[in-house]
Design a protein around this ligand. Structure first.
Ligand SMILES: Nc1ncnc2c1ncn2[C@@H]1O[C@H](COP(=O)(O)OP(=O)(O)OP(=O)(O)O)[C@@H](O)[C@H]1O
Ligand SMILES: [Mg+2]
Length: 109
């Protein structure tokens, strides 16, 4: 789980807007018998066209491929795999040029 959260924080840092300081919000919310770990940033965001593919192995967005920040496009695929092994799921919401919110949903232990 440490790896999953680290991958998400690394993404927020890597895909920040060059023109604005990065602002991240991390929340842990308990909803009935579920726990949500929410990681929200004010970064570059992801277009609606790219969003369905970001959990695919080796998928890297347009900007990621043309930048020098590196990465192989495995980070989110690994997050999904880890969370699903814990019987949870991952949700992503994003708006291009506004930011991204990733939510890890797990059963309460
Ligand atoms: N917080 C974010 N803000 C904007 N775009 C993001 C964010 N997280 C992921 N993305 C987009 O989703 C793509 C896939 O993310 P993923 O973490 O799987 O790969 P990566 O970061 O490019 O490479 P790696 O994680 O292997 O170093 C990224 O290339 C990027 O286009
Ligand atoms: Mg990554």
């Amino acid at each position: 789980m440490n790896r999953a959260v680290t991958n998400l924080i690394e993404n927020s840092m890597k895909f920040k807007k060059p023109t604005e300081p990065l602002c991240m919000i991390l929340e842990v919310v308990v909803v009935d018998d579920l726990v949500e770990i929410v990681i929200k940033d004010n970064g570059q965001g992801i277009s609606d066209l790219q969003l369905p593919y970001v959990f695919d192995h080796f998928y890297r967005g347009e900007e990621a491929r043309t930048s020098t920040t590196g990465g192989s496009g495995l980070g989110l695929a690994i997050v999904k795999q880890i969370v699903e092994k814990h019987n949870g799921h991952v949700k992503i919401q994003s708006k291009l040029h506004y930011g991204t919110t990733v939510t890890i949903v797990l059963g309460k232990a």
